[in-house]
Design a protein around this ligand. Structure first.
Ligand SMILES: Nc1ncnc2c1ncn2[C@@H]1O[C@H](COS(=O)(=O)NC(=O)[C@@H](N)CS)[C@@H](O)[C@H]1O
Length: 482
């Protein structure tokens, strides 16, 4: 077992250590750069995370679909901005067996081209709209910046991409707001803090009219883009000639949005909630929510009583839908088991030995605060249910409190640069709204622009752009980014 890392001091090494030590993901052995293997325990977490986003999308009228992985070159090239933006990242298949292919096939970097092409056959009338599809698939991008497990992959194995079609611009704008709300509920359920920004014109999704992004802050203070919502306007529907008949019998191209999440969501659950002992999992995505550790008894009789006592607790918890596991291993000590299940982030641990059977008690330990207490047997179930709810809330509040301490405001670029240099995080400064000033700010602070709040914030009123001195129209957020 690689020796422990400190979450707070050496986050990147801690992250690599915990992915392997907790059995989440094997990044170091697979012989293709930017690609790793989901291990059994990690895959169970991934399944619970994808179940959650599926529920939120299904409840808001989306239908899950599945498109081919390969996109022929002529489709990839139809939307000029799109291919320009992805040209440097697309993997191409050029042979089938010993045959050279006459048409190069792209491994999908995202699926707007494939989906809009198929919609040109399917969608003819406004009566069929809105059409709201999503898929959770692998996408491939030949990332040239440093690849990192779950954070910057070349095969993005948990890519949830939603694609919607609408009869008019207003409907597509409403869909953008719905997508933002779905992502808020998703990240809130996982206790992941975020700032929502409209990306600047020079950093929007290739082919979009505009991009709205969710950014969080990782333990090393750098910002990470964890979700994006794009209004695509009619850029793709014009390129693919997807026209509908409107109520007044005229024809028009459809209006589209797309919004995506990836393995990064799981990276932030691990990174933001983790501590020096390892994972701390939100109960909603914990494969094991309660682990029971029997304390060995001396006699056969006592062992039998402990087992019966535990079996009755487990049965009652399972009846309540709690995911419970009893660690009956006989070759390791209770202490080792405590370490092992803390490393795997199990939210609640019950310790049960002969003394507990005699006193009709159970020792209950919570993973987030590491507090332990002895609870009477007849209160165990209600105590566990309360804890699972309280742990989720406590983790979310703690993460938001930490996040807010990393978000600053400043009217001086010099101060902003120093803040980002010394503490990292996100610094918000007044901005006139002009691109050259935004880009100049990136240079002067040696950071990247995340974008602006969706509405101009009150506090910039009367402030001036620190580059050109013009009155600020809104604010600009700067951060060291992944
Ligand atoms: N190389 C990568 N590794 C891991 N996650 C990534 C990678 N590239 C992008 N992502 C994540 O995937 C999300 C969606 O990607 S995106 O390019 O912004 N948007 C799209 O592809 C649109 N078609 C919406 S699905 C991003 O917000 C980011 O969180």
């Amino acid at each position: 077992m690689a020796e422990r890392r400190r979450w707070s001091e050496e986050f990147p090494r801690w992250f690599d250590w915990v992915l392997e030590a907790a059995g989440i993901y094997d990044w170091s052995h697979y012989p293709v750069k930017g690609m790793g293997v989901w291990l059994p325990y990690g895959f169970k977490i991934r399944r619970l995370v994808t179940d959650l986003i599926r529920r939120l999308l299904d409840e808001t009228g989306h239908d899950e679909v599945l498109f081919p992985l390969l996109i022929p070159e002529h489709l990839m090239r139809k939307e000029a901005e799109h291919i320009k933006g992805f040209e440097a990242e697309v993997y191409w298949v050029t042979r089938g067996g010993i045959q050279e292919l006459d048409v190069k096939l792209a491994l999908r970097p995202t699926s707007e081209t494939a989906i809009t092409y198929m919609e040109s056959f399917w969608i003819k009338s406004y009566k069929q709209l809105p059409a709201k599809y999503y898929q959770i698939v692998s996408i491939f991008r030949y990332e040239t910046k440093a690849t990192r497990p779950l954070i910057r992959l070349r095969e993005v194995t948990t890519f949830k991409e939603a694609h919607t079609a609408h009869a008019n611009f207003d409907d597509s704008e409403r869909q953008v707001l719905e997508a933002i709300d779905v992502y808020k509920r998703f990240f809130d359920a996982l206790g992941i803090p975020y700032l929502i920004s409209r990306r600047p014109e020079w950093d929007k999704f290739a082919g979009a009219v505009y991009t709205i992004a969710f950014d969080t802050i990782m333990p090393d203070g750098r910002a990470l883009q964890i979700g994006t919502v794009h209004n695509l306007g009619q850029n793709f529907s014009k390129a693919f000639d997807v026209k509908i008949q409107l109520p007044d019998e005229t024809l028009d191209y459809i209006w589209q949005t797309s919004y995506g999440l990836s393995d990064r969501v799981i990276a932030t659950i691990i990174a933001i909630h983790g501590d020096d002992r390892g994972l701390v999992l939100p109960p909603i995505v914990a494969p094991i929510q309660v682990v029971v550790v029997p304390i060995p008894a001396k006699s056969e009789e006592e062992t039998r009583k402990v087992r019966e006592y535990i079996d009755s607790i487990v049965e009652e918890l399972r009846e309540k839908g709690v995911r419970v596991y009893v660690d009956w291993r006989s070759d390791v000590t209770p202490g080792y088991k405590f370490y092992d299940w803390e490393l795997r982030g199990v939210p609640v641990r019950l310790e049960v030995g002969p003394r507990d059977v005699k006193n009709r008690t159970v020792v209950v330990a919570r993973r987030d605060t590491l507090e332990k207490k002895t609870v009477p047997r007849d209160q165990v179930i209600s105590e566990v249910l309360h804890l699972l709810d309280d742990i989720g809330r406590n983790m979310r509040e703690k993460a938001w409190k930490w996040f807010r301490s990393y978000v600053h405001r400043s009217e001086s670029l010099d101060e902003a640069r120093k803040l980002l240099e010394e503490k990292r995080g996100i610094v918000e400064v007044p901005w006139c709204g002009r691109e050259e000033c935004g880009k100049r700010m990136e240079e002067l602070t040696d950071a990247k622009v995340l974008g602006s709040p969706l509405q101009p914030p009150e506090w910039v009123r009367g402030a001036s752009c620190p580059v050109c001195g013009r009155p600020a129209a809104t604010s600009l957020r700067l951060a060291k980014r992944y």
